[in-house]
Structures are given as C-alpha cells and as structure tokens.
Ligand binder design. Structure first.
Ligand code: GSH
Length: 226
C-alpha cells in the first residue's frame, strides 16, 4: 500500500517530521522516502517543484493525490487509513474539539518558536532590531507558559489532548522536540520536559528522529535561560 507513496523531506524540518510521524503511526512504513539537502538547495529541484510549486518540503504524493501542506497530509493519512495503526482523531466531537484546538494552536507555537531560534536566518542583518528580539523572546515565554499549563491541567502521563496520542501530538511533537534541541530547561518547564521524555520513547518518533540530530546529539543552548 505504502509503495505508491512518496515523501520528499529535509532532516530536522518540523513540517516534514509531522508527516513522517503520521506515516509511522498509521503503519505505512515502506513508502518512497527521499531525504533532500537544504544546503544543496535540493528542495528547489524539479522533482520537488513537480509536486510542490513553492519548492518546499514536505512534498508528498499518494498515487495521484498530492498533499503538500503538512497538516493536510496528516489529516489525509488519518482519513484514508482510519482503521489502520493508531487512531489519531477520536470519535466524539467534544474530544475532537480539543485535538483540533491544540493542533491549530500548535501553528502559533511553532511560529513563536521559529521567530526566536531562526531569527538570524529569517531576518536580514540590516532589518534586525534588539527590540524585536526581546519581544519575540517574551512572546515565546508567554506561549511556553500556556502549554506548560495545558499539560499541568491534564495531569501525569498525558499527551497534548488527553491520555491518547493524537494528531495534536503528531503535529506539535516536533515543535516540542525543537525546544529541547535548542536547550529549553526541563527544570523550568517540568511538564513540557515530562511530555518530551514520553514523546522520545514513542516508536514513531524514534523511527523518524532527524538523522542529523542522531549524528550530532548535542544541539544548542539558545533557550537555556528562558
Ligand atoms: N506550510 C508548509 C511549510 C513547509 C515549510 O516551511 N518547509 C520548509 C522546511 S521546514 C521549506 O521547505 N523551506 C524552504 C523554502 O521555503 O524555500 C507545511 O507545513 O507543510
């Protein structure tokens, strides 16, 4: 079944990682997987552009179905393989509401994180301002407090939308992994720390862990004091 699926991806790209986790959770191992190099600009290759005219990864295709947006691909996989592997969207609309809420808040979370850790990559030197750096950091700290509070409220041994691993964890999990890769302190954010420890043990996360993180497990300390 997975042989007619193709995923073009980049190591350490959270949007790519989301799709890879969903594929693992739905037992869709064996898809055509192609790791591209950002350094070599392979995400702008014709192969990617044929699937994703923006020249971005993930570029995902199942038969004739093309789904490039990571969230869309995750929804598609859950819908197409509903009864296979992990059930990622619960049945009850009330439970679904929390999953969807956390998923889409996850986009804000990711945006606030990238504004801090990729600031110099995104913003040309002449456009950088200390005030913007300070504001971005404050925004991230406020966001972290929200997520720490959500987890606190759910109690111990929880995922983002309750006791089961859902699509919320699929899409927000990579953001949390990035926080710790960039030095977030599990002492300052104990609930996020516990959640990250649980995520790391998940077979789908292990199977899709960014290869360059495996080669160089150390990471950075950008967020260690926030
Ligand atoms: N909205 C897309 C975002 C994809 C995206 O930003 N991909 C990045 C890698 S993390 C990329 O390909 N960047 C290269 C570029 O924009 O030129 C999704 O969630 O799938």
């Amino acid at each position: 079944m997975a042989k007619d699926m193709t995923l073009l991806w980049g190591s350490g790209s959270p949007p790519c990682w989301r799709v890879m986790i969903a594929l693992e959770e739905k037992n869709l191992q064996g898809y055509n997987s192609k790791l591209l190099s950002f350094d070599k600009m392979e995400h702008k290759s014709q192969e990617v552009l044929d699937i994703n005219p923006r020249g971005q990864v993930p570029a995902f295709k199942h038969g004739n179905v093309v789904v490039n947006e990571s969230y869309a691909a995750c929804f598609y996989l859950e819908s197409k393989f509903k009864t296979q592997g992990t059930k990622l969207i619960p049945d009850s609309p009330e439970d679904q509401a929390l999953v969807y809420q956390r998923m889409f808040e996850g986009l804000t979370f990711y945006d606030k994180l990238t504004k801090v850790i990729f600031y110099e990559w995104y913003v040309p030197k002449e456009e950088r301002h200390d005030s913007a750096v300070k504001r971005n950091l404050e925004n991230l700290v406020a966001e972290l407090k929200l997520w720490e509070g959500y987890l606190q409220k759910l109690g111990s041994d929880t995922y983002l939308a309750g006791p089961s691993f859902t699509l919320a964890d699929v899409v927000v999990g990579p953001t949390v992994a990035f926080l710790f890769r960039f030095g977030l302190s599990a002492e300052r954010y104990p609930k996020l720390g516990e959640y990250y420890a649980r995520l790391k043990e998940r077979p789908s996360m292990k199977a899709s862990w960014p290869p360059h993180w495996l080669e160089d497990p150390k990471g950075q300390d950008t967020l260690k004091d926030i």
